[in-house]
Design a protein around this ligand. Structure first.
Ligand code: ADP
Ligand code: MG
Length: 381
């Protein structure tokens, strides 16, 4: 990727550039907790976006995307929004930098990526974070990394039509090699935890399906959570978000809310606690407990929150049967990947079985991605 980016840059724009990288992300545990004011537990990965960037002294941006083999040029006023979707991410980052009082002048850039698009690894956050970081550096704006993450998030909201939370951009900007980040979505407090699973691999199995229910179901889940929180709040006014509630407080309102809302809330309250339990386990280097929590999350997402699907449940069950240490659906559900914590000696057999048996059952092969927890946005020499 590095030589492709730098040689194309030299061909198009010249010898002088800075080289920047931002990763996609995984989330080890803490799913559907963000909008409930709970914890998420992501990390940046070694697959990401790499860009060669250099200011050009004009008020125009000239971009070349290696993966789309397209170039795009645009100005920096609000009215200059480019046609290509991929260029809007960069345009949005420029505009959001300017809105925050930073400078974003003209520059030339060539970029490429190796995050699979739309697989739940947040290639878009990698793209935004890479350019937010690069622009901040070349124009010496001095914006801190948390705000760079917000620039990426606002780009999604205002220029790409995606009302996302902060997790993806936060992980992509703030990631550290061998660390996951526990982020409190209510307060934005965060803490790094070591994640060095010696003797294990982190493997994603991509179902390559995306069931259409996702967005309507998402809204219904949010409603259920708000209902449950409101009922608990009548007894415990300090409950602002569902994540503030104790399991016994939910029990008190069992007969006052629909069974469905109860189950959704049961999952969320359990999931918030599981993030804390996983953090404790990591501090003891206890990866078997981490894995067991992942299975519990999968069970909760499948049976209580009901956002799984046959493909994900199949892969989860296969992992369990084969003795994989941990496995669960990653992301919102209804498709995408499972994330698996697999002992080195089991890796080959697991991958082979997942590919073969999934194909037998569903008619197409899943994709396998190995990931390492890596540094977030950075300049590479
Ligand atoms: P994801 O879940 O991977 O973030 P999105 O649909 O949010 O999926 O973002 C994918 C979009 O981000 C692509 O359609 C493209 O516009 C942009 N993008 C991601 N990676 C690249 C890349 N390597 N080169 C150009 N554009 C990219
Ligand atoms: Mg995205």
């Amino acid at each position: 990727m590095k030589s492709a980016v730098t040689s194309k840059f030299k061909e198009l724009y010249g010898e002088k550039y800075g080289l920047y990288f931002s990763g996609g992300r995984i989330n080890l545990i803490g799913e559907h907790t963000d909008y409930n004011g709970g914890y998420v537990f992501p990390g940046a990965i070694d697959k990401g976006i790499m860009a060669a960037v250099n200011p050009n002294g004009t008020d125009r941006v000239r971009l070349y995307s290696i993966d789309y083999a397209q170039s795009c040029e645009f100005g920096l006023e609000e009215a200059d929004k480019p046609e290509f979707q991929w260029a809007r991410y960069v345009f949005g980052v420029c505009r959001e930098t300017i809105k925050r009082g930073g400078k974003a002048g003209g520059f030339d850039a060539v970029f490429a990526g190796d995050v699979p698009l739309g697989a739940g690894l947040s290639s878009s956050a990698a793209l935004e974070s890479c350019f937010a970081f690069a622009i901040n550096e070349i124009f010496a704006n001095g914006i801190d990394k948390v705000e760079l993450a917000r620039i990426g998030q606002s780009t999604e909201h205002n220029y790409c039509g995606v009302k996302c939370g902060i997790m993806d951009q936060f992980a992509s900007c703030m990631g550290k090699t061998g660390c996951l980040i526990r982020l409190d979505c209510k307060t934005m407090e965060y803490k790094y935890f070591p994640f060095n699973p010696k003797g294990y691999k982190l493997v994603l199995v991509d179902t390559k399906v995306k069931h259409e229910l996702a967005s309507s179901a998402y809204n219904k889940r949010r409603e259920s959570c708000e209902n449950a929180a409101a009922a608990i709040r009548r007894n415990h006014p300090e409950v602002e978000f569902l994540s503030d509630a104790k399991r016994v407080w939910l029990e008190e309102v069992r007969s006052e809310i629909p069974q469905e809302d109860f189950l959704r809330a049961e999952y969320v309250i359990g999931e918030v606690q599981r993030v804390l339990d996983v953090c404790d386990a990591l501090e003891r280097d206890d990866y078997e407990t981490v894995g067991e929590m992942m299975y519990q999350t999968h069970f909760g997402m499948s049976r209580l929150y009901e956002v799984s699907c046959p493909e994900l449940d199949f892969l989860n069950r296969l992992a369990r049967v084969m003795g994989v240490s941990g496995s669960r659906v990653m992301g919102g559900g209804f498709g995408g990947c499972t994330i698996n914590l697999v002992k080195d000696e089991l890796y080959d057999d697991f991958v082979k079985a997942a590919v073969e048996q999934y194909k037998d059952k569903f008619g197409h092969e899943p994709l396998i991605y190995d990931v390492q927890i890596s540094n977030g946005s950075s300049r590479i020499e």
